[in-house]
Design a protein around this ligand. Sequence first.
Ligand SMILES: *Cc1c(COP(=O)(O)O)cnc(C)c1O
Length: 339
Amino acid sequence: MIDLRSDTVTKPSKEMLEAMMRAPVGDDVYGEDPTINQLEALMASMTGKEAAIFAPSGTQTNLMGIMAHCERGDEYLVGQTAHTFRFEGGGAAVLGSVQPQPIDFEVDGTLSIEKIAANIKPGDDHFARTKLLCLENTVAGKVLPIAYLQEAKRICEEKKLGTHLDGARIFNASVKLNVDVRSITDCFDTVSICLSKGLGAPVGSVLCGTKELIVKAHRWRKILGGGMRQAGILAAAGIFALERNIERLRDDHDNAHFLAHELARIDEIEVDLEQIQTNIFNIRTRTDYPGLQKALQDKGIILSSPNYDGWVRCVTHLDINREDAKRLIDEVKSFFVRP
Ligand SMILES: *Cc1c(COP(=O)(O)O)cnc(C)c1O
């Protein structure tokens, strides 16, 4: 099976399952799960933050982060198609009474500094109180430049805004840039990181940040139903993933690059080659996408359905190797040359 829908589809390897079985556990609501504590300490140190907290999903760690920064009637600035705004059920508004102020992304995935500044509301009872800037990295597979992050941090300090990063795929960004992940995390007060995307753990995300914000997030996690008990078996998968699966993200980037360029050579397929930086790329067929999707499915190759403008998102991950990529190319070619 070759599943290109998302990097969330990976299954734990035998070695990862063994690490999970060996994990010492305790009741994490009492703070007594040694493996959770180990994962949180590891993530805090990797990101250069004072503290970290494990939660079941990235949706939850993003929400905990926003709610740690903002109170009822506050507002956060966020990209128009950002995950926290568009794909998390409006949680910040629904559960946090925090209003999003969406801003259109630039083509490179940044929010322009001018637009950020222009959207900060004056201190006046007419307006929600602008408290937080939320960025995403990688964003649709694109890596935000470090110089941009530093500029965003500078304006937020000047305007007294907090900073949160949805870093679901932050290690794809650090590996791509060849920098320590701290060059990215240093620009934010809180950072949410998924263990269950390219890193390959089955479950879990971690929010890293200042002690003060993580204490607040801890309370919100309990209220949101994310306080788990002997969840060290999950944390063990996360530790395993952090120790083994960061540098190999390069393979996913190389495979995405290979696939995108090979597919681009097929006449019936259009590939957005400008946008490909990490493990995500977009393709569009000039003819019969449903036919292709169905034919590939019969061969054990799963592709997403197109979005509203016909582009299909493809994502590489640790369950797709170069042989798989070559097989996929062969199957696509044979679909289009059939009599
Ligand atoms: C996957 C993802 C999340 C978190 O999603 P969960 O499925 O809730 O873990 C957050 N942001 C981005 C950009 C993501 O891709």
